[in-house]
Design a protein around this ligand. Structure first.
Ligand code: ADP
Ligand code: MG
Length: 619
């Protein structure tokens, strides 16, 4: 029988390898930035066009390459960073596989210009789909520039699979952050479609963090520092009150390499125990330094996971160091997140005039006086005093207006059991079936219907209402906005600002009016009518997160995503008490919707309970 096994041609092997190394433009950015760092650059420039789909270019002032090295750098398994297997256990560079340039050159148009300091003339090489199409001496500055154009030009399936520009840009910025944070002593700039996104001068770590995430970050940072025989920890954690619900700035670096570790993340979370609200995540920038011999970074091709020899000790040390820092900066004991929110001053009352509590003492009162009438009342209501309403009133200090109404009938009120209050509920139950709604557990609106009763999930119902309203506005581009008396300034990190700018136009169609965009803030002078001013920040924050985590659904409409996200964060939450009018209004709005029975995320909004089914339960 004839032999059938063949060696794959290089360009095919490279394309296959590229599948592992290059998933998206951000992977190229990571590889090129890391190569620049490995080349000992002190100044690195990243330039991208169309979220890296058209161009990714990195320029460094590092050691450069000789003509032969430049040519070899595109070969698979060509690396200057390790020579023998043992070197793998003593890595001081980011790269070591010699795969990146070969992979990138297999699936893009690559132009390399490089020159070593000690030579006058450099080299220019162009490679397309693993084929060298041009190589010539070139007068270029010392260092290296690599331009990667038309990524995935020869793999249409890959190219089509790329997500929207904001999403791909977000991934690029993430990679940029990781490298820039790990090397504050190197200056970095990044620009996108000709506009500067980051300009990070050489600095220390704190300054680098602030330069990336905005001035407000400075006050949030708590330093962390510890050194033992096996581990050195430095960096910062974010004060717990700045923890975020959906994501935090969470960065672990091991020997200046960004890593992900659910296990070590857990160590931090447990150090924050008792300081974070449920569902909130701590932010951190932590640098672990260990002997390279004690780790194995070889287990994952994209290299964000590593294996420690002694993971348990790492965990314990990290946890206690962070705990110590939080304690030392007296962040731990003062906070009380478990405070009952119902004790907060209701918004309406905040503006009412406060009056000092007055205490009226009944000087004629004698507890030992044998008086049948007063004795009796003292037993049932020890605080009931004739002409003395102080103790009751002091509970409501500041609510003059509301009290004056009830005060007319002082005596009856003092008993705490006013019929006026409780009686009302029952009166109204006699209303016609169909017009009655009431709220259950501050979560469901119940309404009787002919066949039984209808249970409406208030949060999901409101999401549906807002979704249809916003979607209409955004497609017809006819939103009405409410002008704000005082423009709001909302702060976002720079990458978040990038995302925001990308959806600016759509947001304006929902009713937002943006005055000016600053580096890390946006000034808003109008908001959608159905949005409460105080929610604006949270709604935009959530939107940015949702855009970043966009599900990989081909043909996914950006408008739909945006509107879903906004509807979700603007909707009345479960746990919110609604008065009669609010309940009725919501139900009416819901039934004006095109699809009242399902929420934008496809959950049922209404459940009906049939009277026949109920009958069965009573048999
Ligand atoms: P690796 O980084 O794993 O060695 P790469 O494919 O990324 O593999 O790069 C191959 C080789 O090309 C490197 O080992 C290095 O010698 C050289 N090289 C790549 N980028 C640069 C650069 N910016 N400056 C100098 N040399 C570089
Ligand atoms: Mg490399």
């Amino acid at each position: 029988m004839a032999d059938i096994i063949q060696l794959l041609p290089d360009h095919v092997a490279n394309q296959i390898a590229a599948g592992e190394v290059v998933q998206r433009p951000a992977s190229v950015v990571k590889e090129l930035l890391e190569n620049a760092i490995d080349a000992e650059a002190t100044k690195v420039t990243l330039l991208i066009k169309d979220a890296g789909k058209t161009l990714i270019q990195v320029t460094d002032n590092g050691i450069g390459m000789s003509t032969t090295d430049a040519r070899l750098s595109f070969e698979r398994h060509a690396t200057s960073k390790i020579k023998i297997a043992e070197d793998l256990f003593n890595l001081h560079t980011k790269g070591f596989r010699g795969e990146a340039l070969a992979s990138i050159a297999a699936i893009a148009h690559v132009e390399l210009k490089t020159k070593k300091h000690e030579t006058d003339i450099g080299t220019k090489i162009c490679v397309e789909g693993s084929k060298v199409i041009e190589q010539e001496p070139s007068v270029v500055p010392s260092g290296t520039t690599i331009a990667v154009k038309n990524l995935f030009y020869n793999i249409p399936a890959r190219r089509n699979f790329l997500k929207s520009n904001p999403v791909e840009t977000r991934h690029i910025i993430d990679e940029f952050h990781r490298v820039a944070l790990a090397h504050p002593q190197v200056s970095f700039t990044m620009s996108h479609n000709g506009a500067s996104v980051f300009n990070l001068p050489e600095s220390n770590l704190r300054q680098r963090i602030v330069n990336i995430f905005g001035n407000k970050t400075n006050e949030k940072l708590v330093p962390v520092e510890e050194e033992t025989d096996i581990l050195k920890i430095e960096g910062f954690v974010m004060k717990p009150d700045f923890a975020k619900k959906s994501r935090g700035e969470q960065f672990f670096f091991v020997n200046d390499r960004f890593i992900k570790s659910a296990y070590l993340n857990h160590a931090i979370v447990s150090a924050f125990e008792g300081l974070l609200k449920n569902g909130y995540h701590p932010g951190y920038f932590l640098f672990l330094n260990v002997d390279p011999k004690t780790i194995d970074i070889n287990i994952h091709p994209t290299k964000t996971e590593i294996k420690f020899d002694d993971e348990h000790s790492m965990y314990a040390m990290l946890r206690s160091t962070v705990k110590h820092s939080l304690g030392q900066f007296s962040i731990a004991p003062v906070l009380d997140f478990n405070r009952e929110s119902s004790l907060d001053t209701p918004y309406d009352y905040a503006k009412k005039r406060a009056v000092a509590p007055t205490i009226d003492v009944d000087r004629s009162f004698n507890p030992f006086k044998e008086d049948a009438k007063s004795k009796q009342s003292n037993i049932s209501f020890p605080y009931k005093r004739e002409k003395n309403t102080a103790s009751w009133e002091s509970l409501y200090v500041g609510l003059e207006d509301d009290i004056s109404e009830i005060n007319g009938n002082t005596n009856q009120q003092i008993t705490f059991e006013s019929e006026q209050i409780t009686g009302k509920l029952f009166d109204e139950e006699n209303t016609e079936v169909g017009q009655v709604t009431f709220q259950l557990q501050n979560k469901y609106i119940i309404s009787p219907i002919k066949s039984g009763m209808m249970v409406i999930h208030q949060n999901l119902a409101h999401q549906r209402v807002l979704y249809e309203e916003l979607l209409k506005n955004i497609t017809l581009q006819q939103a009405i906005s409410q002008q704000l008396l005082f423009p709001l300034q909302l702060h976002f990190s720079r990458p978040d600002m990038e995302v925001l700018k990308k959806v600016q136009e759509q947001l304006e169609h929902t009713g937002f009016v943006f005055e000016t965009f600053e580096e890390d803030a946006v000034n808003v002078s109008g908001i959608p009518v159905s949005l409460i001013e105080s929610q604006a920040n949270q709604v935009l924050e959530q939107l940015i997160t949702d855009i970043e985590n966009e599900v990989p659904d081909a043909g996914f409409s950006q408008n739909d995503l945006l509107v879903k996200s906004m509807a979700k964060s603007m909707a009345i939450k479960s746990g919110t008490r609604l008065n009669k009018e609010e309940q009725e209004h919501l139900v009416n709005q819901l039934f004006l919707c095109k699809e009242p029975s399902v929420s934008p995320s496809n959950k049922p909004v209404i459940v009906t309970l049939d009277a026949n089914d109920m009958d069965k339960k009573f048999m």
